[in-house]
Design a protein around this ligand. Structure first.
Ligand code: ADP
Ligand code: SF4
Length: 678
């Protein structure tokens, strides 16, 4: 190990337990929920194997009034839930890691709609999903007693399950304890409302109960958001956020501190640099003698060690870095820092949680496949006989397939027509603020360049004849996709008059085309491309207008938590926005538009250049030519079905596994089935 990183591997006493190192996999929703425990255990065990010293069980509801049905969380409602947790703990302990559980009552965020119990709050008020027409019940003293008992019972069950650390959760604007603390929600006039001490009372009591119940056998942690960067903004790191830490300083065994809400806590690389929470959390270690854990999209060991050496944090918390590279700690310990598959900070992992599916990751296609497909993030079983593989296209799909097949021992050739590897990633990472995305290429290229059984060729366009001549055992076409020019998009499936002859596409811009001084962007894609290009062009001095048929710009960015930041970015850059506006034609240098909802005509939007960001079309020309010649091949990545970079990487990996026989062809991966009762 590089001695510089030694501080990351020093054990740390946390109350009655000792963490083996400073790496903590944070409690994060991995998408499996209590309904798919085997997959969830696979996620956690893999990270324990990879060297994370503490493995956090995701948020676990403590009773039916904290029901979050429809969101992928865990439960510890009663004794019947203990066995699943115990299995998870046992798998984590096998690898020498500690197991923690984030016990939570989500108060005004809960979903009483699921079971008919009222949502609980400090005062009567709207539940924290504005579009849901429900109100929270003001808790009476009996409710408060019941809540304290539920929390005690959850700590007792956490002990039964074998956990080393149990959390009291008061973060993210998603905890009843936080709701009591906040004057925005708490308007009580009894001993639990009004003054700071009164609003703090419930959090203090629950912490004291937790310590009492833990009885020195397990550690008690508090997860507390010291600063509200979004939401009502009443709790600030230089105000009551600090007051809370001072008031409770030595009560918990561990302070796990962050900022609220989730969208600011999980900032993306587009908007937040690594370590961005330091300015809010660094005071905590000055106020308490207890160990302090924090987050900040940490991916580099230098930043991590600097946090510890400078006395900012004692433990490095990470969700995304552990998703992207479950073996990050082990790689640092074994001097393989260059082999880390570094998180790119894109929040696809977050977005799919919002979509209600298991977590997917742009960098790590094995995420969520540890149990059901048996994919290991580092190891690919060797093929019985080495075969030759030709991969056409060196984008994310081609490079991922190449790496997976090369690891299995095949002789792999990648032929890329362009002057550099990386495909769309190489181009897109040149857009302002998206440079971290280049890590998708960097990681794979670096790995491939070390391998003797890999040949990488750029400036090598392939046609059907050259592919056939190559006579490889396996041919994979990762030829990608191209943006349409004719206006066909996600909301409109036929061409828009005037587009085909006039519009530029993102491909044109990324290949160096220069738009005029005023640009009208038509976004019927709803992801990052249109708004990222808008910000980039505005920064380069263009006057930019962005038009979308949808009610809000960049709908997908609602899922990646970036939408409010993106809108603010465009406003600051002077980009004019036209939501709910559908294009009908490009005519005489102006976009003809109507309201999307009523169809009523709107004033035309003039511009020198029309930039159509609508839909991508798979590049299947080579595939068709090969089919005509009878050459067997596979289409992978965007050439199979254009999507996010994550989907291209996953496709490359899955097709490689199919070739290796790891995927039951036409069959299904292991599924978790509901249990039938008599
Ligand atoms: P994906 O996201 O599926 O990996 P990309 O669009 O990122 O797809 O990458 C596709 C790559 O394939 C591009 O870099 C492109 O230059 C390359 N490519 C497409 N057709 C050919 C071809 N006939 N010969 C060589 N390279 C090709
Ligand atoms: Fe990082 Fe993106 Fe993977 Fe999430 S999906 S862990 S942000 S690379």
């Amino acid at each position: 190990m590089d001695p510089r990183f030694a501080p990351l591997f020093e054990p740390l006493k946390i109350g009655p337990v000792i963490a083996p190192n400073r790496f903590c996999m944070m409690p994060y929703a991995n998408g499996h929920s209590h309904l798919m425990p085997n997959g969830a255990i696979g996620v956690r065990e893999t990270r324990a194997e990879g060297g994370w010293g503490i493995i956090g069980m995701q948020l676990s509801e403590i009773d039916p009034t904290s029901d979050l049905s429809g969101l992928p969380y865990e439960r510890l409602w009663d004794d019947g839930d203990v066995a699943v947790h115990a299995r998870s703990v046992e798998r984590i302990h096998r690898h020498g890691a500690l197991a923690s559980v984030e016990l939570a009552h989500t108060g005004m965020r809960s979903r009483g709609i699921a079971n008919g119990y009222p949502v609980m709050g400090p005062s009567s008020g709207p539940t924290l999903k504005p579009e849901f027409p429900y109100m929270a019940k003001a808790m009476d003293l009996a409710d408060i007693r019941a809540l304290r008992q539920s929390h005690r019972a959850a700590i007792r069950r956490a002990k039964q399950a074998g956990y080393d650390i149990a959390y009291v959760y008061a973060a993210h604007d998603a905890s009843i304890l936080w709701h009591f603390l906040s004057p925005a929600y708490n308007r009580r006039s009894d001993a639990y409302g009004g003054s700071f001490e009164n609003r703090l009372r419930l959090l203090r009591e629950v912490l004291e109960d937790a310590q009492d119940e833990a009885a020195g056998e397990i550690a008690v942690a508090i997860r507390f958001a010291v600063h509200e960067a979004s939401g009502p903004k009443r709790i600030r790191f230089d105000g009551e956020g600090r007051d809370v830490v001072e008031a409770l300083a030595d009560l918990p065994d561990l302070w796990d501190v962050n900022i609220s809400g989730w969208s600011r806590d999980s900032g993306t690389s587009r908007y937040d640099p690594e370590g961005f929470q330091e300015e809010f959390t660094r005071f905590v270690k000055q106020v308490t003698d207890k160990p302090v854990l924090g987050v900040g999209r940490f991916t580099s060991p230098d930043t991590m060690v600097s946090q510890i050496k400078r006395g900012v944090l004692d433990l490095i918390g990470s969700a995304r870095a552990s998703i992207a590279d479950p073996f990050l700690p082990q790689k640092i310990r074994e001097g393989q820092v260059d082999d880390i598959r570094e998180c790119i900070g894109c929040n696809v992992c977050v977005s799919v949680e919002n979509a209600g599916v298991v977590v997917r990751c742009t960098q790590n296609p094995t995420m969520s496949e540890e149990w059901r497909r048996g994919w290991h993030p580092e190891r690919v079983p060797m093929a019985e006989t080495a075969q030759s593989v030709l991969i056409v296209g060196g984008g994310p799909a081609g490079l991922e397939a190449a790496l997976t097949l090369a690891r299995a021992g095949h002789q792999v050739t990648v032929a890329e027509g362009a002057t550099e590897m990386g495909g769309r990633v190489a181009r897109e990472s040149r857009i302002g603020n998206l440079s971290a995305w280049g890590r998708v290429t960097d990681y794979r290229l670096y790995q491939l360049q070390q391998m003797k059984n890999v040949d990488l060729f750029t400036e090598s366009p392939m046609d059907a004849e050259t592919v056939a001549e190559f006579a490889a055992d396996h041919v994979l076409l990762a030829t990608g996709s191209g943006w349409l020019r004719d206006g066909v998009g996600r909301s409109r499936l036929d061409p828009i008059p005037g587009f085909a002859g006039a519009a530029l596409t993102p491909d044109d811009i990324l290949n160096g085309a220069r738009p005029g001084d005023s640009v009208v962007i038509y976004d019927d894609d709803h992801s990052y491309m249109a708004n990222a290009l808008a910000a980039d062009l505005a920064a380069r001095g263009h006057m930019v207008q962005i038009v979308t048929p949808m009610p809000v710009l960049g709908g997908w960015l609602g899922n990646t938590l970036e939408q409010p930041r993106m809108i603010a970015e465009l406003l600051a850059a002077g980009v004019a926005m036209h939501p709910n506006t559908t294009a009908t034609a490009w005519h005489q240098g102006a976009l003809q538009v109507v309201r999307s909802d009523t169809g009523a005509a709107l004033p035309a939007i003039p511009g020198k250049t029309l930039l159509a960001v609508t839909l991508r079309h798979p590049d299947t020309a080579l595939s068709e030519a090969l089919t005509a010649r009878g050459v067997v091949h596979r289409l992978i990545g965007d050439a199979e079905a254009p999507g996010p970079i994550q989907a291209a990487v996953f496709s490359g990996h899955r097709h490689a596994r199919e070739i290796l026989g790891h995927e039951p062809a036409g069959g299904l991966f292991r599924r978790e089935r509901p249990v039938l009762f008599d």
